[in-house]
Design a protein around this ligand. Sequence first.
Ligand code: KG4
Ligand code: ZN
Length: 353
Amino acid sequence: MIVLGIETSCDETAAAVVTDDGKILSNVILSQIESHQPYGGIVPEVAARAHMQTTDRVVAQAINEAGVGFSDLSAVAATGGPGLIGGVIVGVMTAKAIAMGQNIPFIAVNHLEGHALSARLGDSDVTFPYLLLLVSGGHCQLLAVKGVGNYQRLGTTIDDALGEAFDKTAKVLGLGYPGGPAIENWAKNGDAHRFSLPRPMKGRAGCDFSFSGLKAAVKRTVDALPPGQLPQKDICDMAASFQAAASECIVDRTKNAIDLFKANYPDAQHLVIAGGVAANSAIRADLEKLAGANQMKLVAPPPILCTDNGAMIAWAGVEKLKLSETAGLDFAPRPRWPLDPNAPRAVGAGVKA
Ligand code: KG4
Ligand code: ZN
């Protein structure tokens, strides 16, 4: 099988060609960051227009770099949601046109499922069930992954996603967008004990997260520093203090999830981390220790497959094609599309589905 995957749900226009034995033949990612940087975050209208202008080109490049033709494709997959709807429509329409022109199946992929299954791309040892920590710009969830399309949510954020907290902390420190990689870099030279920040939810039962209090504490602490340009030392120390607090919360909540998960699946071995924040090496290292202490193995995709990309969509397409889970050309893009439709609404302000 050779599957083309198209990802346009946020601020990357991406396309990739992947085979059913997990080979990535091409993986083209065109970031729109420069167009959004003046606004300090993603502007949906700007994103939709940029996807319209570049998706054809990115798909053509992915096909060329893979050394295949459209007629070699077994199927074409695109992110069908959740995400910024303008971009999702562009990707879905492009995929449908290719599917129709080539008379091949169209597969609508849940963006979160793309992240969730990315650990299985190139690592055939990651069998179901596994425990998944999905941490991205819009989501922060712990899930039992029982199979393709079969997810049980164990915990979620009751307010901000972790990536959002990284991005807002970076903004307060004047580090620009996206904040995650910047915070990680500045934190390397910082003192994580310099500022005392809260660890929301730490020590409580359950697996839910909360990051808005941590984000607000960063802002309060920075506002209390002497006015004017922040000294580099302060930026490094705050980045390190924030990252340490965030990681401690993640480890605490994930430990509870491991206990819950192991009670149901005592033989399961894999703790998988996915989504943009999974690219963070400090968080990966802390989770590796946690997994080891609980007789589990941490599986983290390479950083390029953690942030949004077409290869994870193509791979989810492969997994769905094997199960004949294709979509009709009447598929309607879904701005909201929870992985576990049976999960209760989390109690808290600003609930994310
Ligand atoms: O998965 P992703 O590319 O897009 C969404 O689906 O949201 O995740 C983007 C998020 C952003 O919030 C970004 O700041 C964060 O992932 N991120 C990181 C790192 N790289 C990206 N956060 C912490 N450390 C990183 N190295
Ligand atoms: Zn994503």
